[in-house]
Every structure is written in C-alpha cells, then in structure tokens.
Ligand binder design. Sequence first.
Ligand code: SF4
Ligand code: SF4
Length: 338
Amino acid sequence: MDSKKLTKDKFGGFIDLLSKQKLYVPQMAGETLRFAPVDSKDEVNLVFSNTAVPPKSVLFPQTETLYEYEAGGTEMIIPEGPEEKVLLGVRPCDARALTIVDKLFSWDIDDPYYLKKREATTIIGLACQEPGINCFCTSVGGGPASTEGLDLLLTDLGEGYLLQPLTEKGEKLCQDAGELLVDAAGEDNQAADKVHQEAAEKIVRNINVDGIPQKLEDLWESPLWKKVSDACLGCGACTFLCPTCHCFDIQDEMEGFEGRRCRVWDSCMFKEYTLHTSGHNPRPTRRERTRNRVNHKYSYFVKNFGTIACVGCGRCINNCPVNIDILDILSQVVKEAL
Ligand code: SF4
Ligand code: SF4
C-alpha cells in the first residue's frame, strides 16, 4: 500500500479509530515519561524526545502474573488472553529493540505470555526529528526512520503526518481510517525523506562496530574492565531501562492463602543475579558484571542470533547515575584491541 497523509485537523478522528483497541501513548507518570493507556484524547501528545521507560514494558511488564493459586490447592488460574492493543509513538530504535526481544522469547521455547501480547499489538512508530545527545542508532543498523519492527511509521510534516504502512496490520489500520486519510503526494514523500535525512545528520555520537565481537573476546582478561566498572553502583538502571534487556526472575507472592507466581525484571548488574546457593558467584565483582553486560549485547547475542543487542537509544548513558557510557567503553575496546 502506498503512503497516506493525515492532516492534523483529522488527528482526533484517527485517535478515535485507534481507541477502539486499548491505546498506549507516551505519558508522564510522576517525573517519568513512559507508555500508558489513554483515558482521554487530550492525553495524546506526540511531541517528545523519547520515553525514559521503553515500550517493552507493555509487552514484557516489570511485574507480570503468570498464574494465581490457593495454598494447598492444585488449580492454576492463568490470566485471560491479552486484549488487542495499539502502541502509538514508538521511536524506531525501540521498535527495532522489540525484534531483538522477539528472538529471545521465541528461542529454545516459545514464551506464550510475551508472544501472545506481541501478536495482539499494533506498533505505530514516529520518526525521530530531534535525536538525543547520546543517540547512536545509525552505528548499530538503525536510523531515525528505521521501519524494522513497526506496522506503520508516522512522520510529522508540520501540517500533517505521512503514514507508511509496513505490514498487514498497518495496511488494515489505513483502510479502516477511510476518508480520514488521503493518498500522499510525491512532495509529501520527499518532505518526509528530508525530515529523515536531517534527523540522521543531527546524530553526533557514533562507533564503528566492525570486529567488536572478536575484540571483546581478545580483551576478556584486560584491565580495561576494572577501570570502566570502578564507579558502577550496581543500581541496574542501565538494564531496566534498556529496550533490549530481557532478563527476569520468577517469584511467588502470598497474601493469606492466595498466591501468585510472577515474572519480574532482573538485572545482570545485580550481584545476586549469578549468586549460587552454595555462595559461589561466577561474576563476583562489578568488573565481571560490566564485562558481561557489554559482551552480552555486542558478542554473545551476535553469536546466538546474528545481531547486536543494542539499538543505540542512549538510555543506559543518559540514566547512569555515575556516567558510565557504553560508547566510551566500546571506544576503549576498539583502541585496546588494535
Ligand atoms: S545498551 Fe544502552 S544504548 Fe544500547 S539499547 Fe540498551 S540502553 Fe540503549
Ligand atoms: S546504571 Fe551505571 S551505576 Fe547503575 S548498574 Fe548500570 S553502569 Fe552501574
């Protein structure tokens, strides 16, 4: 299907259409911008840089009930299937990140909790126009208008949006929108190309990732890891806010006789993550844990799935309380390995 155009006076009608499913958009929760369900059209504001919490939190919630039970009982009460959802305003890096999380949750076994939600969700992207100071998506295979993982991409042209349908879900949405949309003209597509190119030119940080998996292997015992991890507090912010991080723990919660088994986010930056019952810990210090985080993204995931598990969103850099910077670490890896 060719591109469509939505003028901004029709935007409210488009939101009404999307609201037939459960609609999530970036919204402030306290001081944190994150994806949350829309109660009123007024909550939809597509002027933002990027959410602090990535949209993976909708499909892979921080705490998710797997099933409920009663103490002494044998019945598992599994939550009802996911409702149909639309995520509007997903940045292209975060949509690419979902394709990385998909690989993990459909690897050795299919994870029904994640995959059913993924199937029931339509992802509408919004091309970036003002990349953040620590964005480096263009170094890791993405870009401000990357379409990977999206069903529909919106580009803000000022007086309206250009809509590029990318999948059957995206095409269906455009068909359902009917007269709200018009066919995009050649100059609309050119204007969108210009917006995308200008945004890419505003990205100031970059890294040449060629050969990094091998370089990481060569530097396994390098003193570099102690140096780059000395300041780490082990807070886990870099992993919790990373759109591709997917580690979890399974925990039981009891209230009286009622219990629930839940899946909760976990982090390889926590000491307890690898602590064995015997007391042995194969990653006993921040050195090993930082080395693991970088290797997982730039070496192990490449070996297992053929892709880097970092989309260059910059969140781990923006949110580290002690300014640990994955790009600086990678630059040192490149330099040391020469
Ligand atoms: S490692 Fe950092 S820059 Fe890369 S995707 Fe995760 S949070 Fe973003
Ligand atoms: S955000 Fe910074 S301090 Fe916290 S665990 Fe990550 S690297 Fe360490």
